[in-house]
Design a protein around this ligand. Structure first.
Ligand code: ZN
Ligand code: ZN
Length: 158
């Protein structure tokens, strides 16, 4: 048995020689299967883009049937259907953009400042009896002030 050529689009194999291959690739069936494969693999955005450019298939619109089916040169999608798809895409894109929106630094600092304000009257010594009042924490242990945070020049990571 000789080598077989398998065509993914048509889901069939045949003896692999130049002549059969050429004949198959030029066959109407193969062309149709290849086109169908492409049409079915389009994402929704490509589908809307491409179908919106085509004119409506009058035959399909009026009778609900068209002999060319999916590979018709005219679109079998109605304007309303395409609008619904477009709205779906827009919604998904917005959700994606929102999920990428990181909180803004200023907002975060403001929130932190407010939170620190709540603790202003907190007496550290009260909760740590061994700590005598007036003992200062080493500077490296002090939380930075809002001003310091704002003025910090972050150096690049080596
Ligand atoms: Zn094929
Ligand atoms: Zn049609």
């Amino acid at each position: 048995m000789g080598k077989r050529y398998y065509c993914d689009y048509c889901d069939r194999s045949f003896i692999d020689d130049a002549e059969s291959r050429r004949k198959h690739l030029k066959s109407v069936n193969h062309e149709r299967n290849r086109k169908l494969h492409y049409l079915n693999c389009r994402d929704l955005k490509t589908l809307v883009d491409e179908e919106s450019k085509k004119e409506e298939c009058r035959r399909f619109r009026s009778t609900g049937y068209c002999p060319y089916e999916e590979i018709c040169n005219y679109t079998h999608y109605s304007k309303v259907e395409l609008q619904i798809f477009a709205a779906e895409i827009a919604k998904k894109e917005k959700e994606k953009a929102d999920s990428l929106n990181l909180p803004c630094m200023e907002d975060w600092l403001k929130k932190r400042e407010d939170n620190l304000g709540k603790w202003k009257n907190f007496k550290f010594e009260q909760y740590h009896p061994l700590q005598t009042s007036g003992v200062l924490l080493p500077p490296s242990l002090l939380p930075p002030t809002l001003e310091q945070m704002r003025n910090t020049q972050f150096e690049k990571w080596g």
